[in-house]
Design a protein around this ligand. Structure first.
Ligand code: BGC
Ligand code: BGC
Length: 590
């Protein structure tokens, strides 16, 4: 295929890579019309815009929402799709490349066959900044292999209430964990944004998303400014220090005011005080929520842009956004200086990424999607993320040889369940959604000579001749507000029934809990011989087996306080409540 624009036409200063980025940006800006500038500030969803729209409307950015993928969903067709949108950008007079964003929040998770890493809560349990940086680099390679330049990750939320459906996107309940694991930004962006596999990272969601009352997703964070700064701001400070290229605004409110309209926190604190020089992007239809009614008005567009949002994620209503912003500039509500500032920020990152020189996919990375090397790294992350919470009579590690093991539970042999939300689809789903190794497969592969492993999801066939039974139970996939738990946080009836079935034969029971957060298990725990918190490990279930068999001695530490009862929510380190297990708890083998 001949890609238009691979040869730059005019030899203008902004097209000269030997000039400083600031010079190039100034030159380009001086050549742009208002429509071109507004286009740069507009981000449309891939399903609602075509390559021709990119050309006609000068769209500066395209995103894939959760699960929004080309058909067939393969790395190569992602790259083809990316290149096609980029062809649209290269057909504009100034040939300003579009930037494509995706939620690669635990691996390149919209792509079938990608390596799926543990969700952040599991990475938080590792407390290993170097490992997390390596993961960032691996994710960047897989993302680059599909052309994409920009990752809406990491989520640096500090989840303070486990009822929140996004708890698993948090590295932990205290800011120090997310701050130290902000190394993932360095992994994603590389030492230079211009590196061959560097992608732009996004610190999200600024700020206070994990602090809402009742753990209500997109809710209201009621805190003094001192507490907001002490609990929720530090990871963003760390991200800015690491040179994070973009920041996404939170849907939540701070003391009743929607973050998307908060000029003080976006412009004065983030851009001013913290010195953030990248660009700010709004969340999916986030500007619609400023006034509390559906859809956006001109006043909301103006409030968001004047608050300091540089690029607006308007997945479907992007044409209306363009028209509205143009009118708001014409009537003086949005100063041209603000439009120029937003463009300067966006274009700076596009130049720094090298997009003007290399607008199309570097296909040399396409084969890294789901590569053996990345799966090995993910398995290592799974091992390190396991937190051993109980091990009565040292039932673990399991003997490898001459053992008789029974495995049960809905999460034992289910890739979709062990991956959780944000996997292939937005909400995630149960079943064989993408290639990987289930926890059961990992156990079978690790078992040595003379050992039998029997599996029944419901526990049928267990008898007293088994030496140990492993119940792999917990949560099933969810994302965002659909994961909010406003009632009980116990195991469901099927899980309790399976565990009872196993216990009924007097076989020691090891519970492996696959969940996005601590669950309310205190009353059941005395009946269990061992408890391993697995979090949401992703595609490499063998890492769980490594810990069960002692090929890896557990090192994971709780990234959040474990409740004694759901009535304690929110429960956090230092709040005086008595937990079942404190923050930082985690056993190992002798
Ligand atoms: C989420 C963001 C995500 C965006 C794009 C929103 O609903 O809150 O975390 O980056 O969608 O998918
Ligand atoms: C999209 C997600 C987005 C969500 C927001 C979904 O349809 O797939 O990416 O975060 O809507 O509500």
């Amino acid at each position: 295929m001949t890609l238009p624009g691979s040869v730059h036409a005019a030899g203008l200063p902004y097209q000269d890579p030997s000039l400083p980025v600031a010079t190039r940006v100034a030159d380009l800006l001086s050549r742009m019309t208002l429509d071109e500038k507004i286009g740069q500030m507009t981000q449309a969803e891939r399903g609602s815009a075509s390559a021709t729209d990119v050309t006609t409307y000068r769209l500066g950015s395209i995103l894939s929402g959760g699960g929004s993928a080309p058909t067939p969903n393969t790395a190569t067709s992602w790259a083809d799709m990316y290149d096609s949108f980029q062809t649209g950008a290269m057909a504009t007079p100034l040939q300003i490349p579009m930037i494509y964003g995706v939620d690669a929040v635990h691996g390149h998770n919209n792509v079938v066959g990608a390596t799926i890493f543990p969700h952040n809560i599991g990475l938080g349990a590792t407390r290993d900044p170097a490992l997390v940086q390596q993961i960032g680099q691996a994710v960047a390679e897989e993302v680059s292999g599909t052309g994409i330049d920009w990752d809406f990750a990491p989520c640096l939320c500090v989840a303070r209430n486990d009822r929140w459906g996004r708890t698993y996107e948090s590295f932990g309940e205290v800011p120090s964990i997310a701050s130290s694991l902000s190394t993932i930004i360095t992994g994603l962006q590389g030492t230079s944004l211009n590196g061959p596999s560097s992608v732009l990272a996004t610190a999200k969601h600024y700020v206070g998303d994990g602090g809402t009352e009742g753990g209500d997703d997109q809710g209201n964070t009621v805190l003094s400014e001192a507490d907001l700064r002490a609990i929720h701001l530090p990871p963003f400070q760390a991200a800015v220090q690491r040179g994070v290229g973009s920041v996404m605004i939170s849907y939540s409110s701070w003391n009743g005011v929607k973050m998307h309209g908060n000029k003080y926190l976006i412009t004065d604190v983030l851009k001013g005080e913290l010195g953030f020089s990248g660009f700010v992007v709004s969340d999916w239809n986030g500007i619609d929520q400023i006034d509390g009614t559906t859809g956006f008005t001109a006043a909301e567009v103006t409030a968001a842009v004047n608050a300091g949002i540089d690029m607006v994620m308007v997945p479907t209503a992007w044409k209306n956004f363009i028209t509205t912003l143009r009118a708001e500039v014409a009537n003086g509500h949005v100063p041209l200086s603000r439009i120029d500032d937003a463009n300067r920020r966006i274009l700076t990152k596009k130049f720094e990424l090298g997009l003007f020189e290399k607008p199309y996919t570097d296909r040399s990375f396409t084969a890294t999607v789901g590569s053996a090397a990345h799966r090995t790294l993910a398995r290592q992350a799974v091992r390190q993320s396991q937190v051993l919470l109980k091990n009565a009579g040292n039932v673990l590690p399991l003997a490898k040889d001459n053992n008789k093991i029974f495995v049960a539970g809905k999460n034992a042999d289910n890739i979709g369940n062990q991956c959780g939300g944000w996997t292939i689809s937005w909400q995630g789903s149960s079943g064989n959604i993408t290639p990987g190794t289930s926890i059961l497969q990992g156990i079978r592969a690790a078992a040595g000579p003379g050992t039998t492993v029997t599996y029944s999801q419901r526990g049928s066939g267990i008898d007293s001749t088994y030496k140990v039974a492993i119940a792999v139970v917990g949560e099933t996939p969810y994302a965002e507000g659909q994961g909010d738990r406003t009632g009980t946080m116990s195991l469901d009836r099927d899980d309790l029934r399976v565990i009872n079935t196993l216990r009924g034969k007097g076989v020691p029971v090891v519970v492996v809990l696959v969940s996005g957060r601590p669950l309310d298990i205190a009353t059941e725990l005395p009946n269990w011989n061992a408890l391993l918190a697995s979090w949401l490990p992703g595609t490499e279930g063998a890492g769980v087996a490594d810990v069960l068999f002692g090929d890896y001695k557990p090192t994971g530490k709780l990234p959040s306080t474990w409740m004694t009862s759901v009535s304690q929510q929110p429960i956090n380190d230092g709040d005086g409540k008595t937990p079942l297990f404190p923050l930082g708890y985690g056993l190992t083998y002798p």
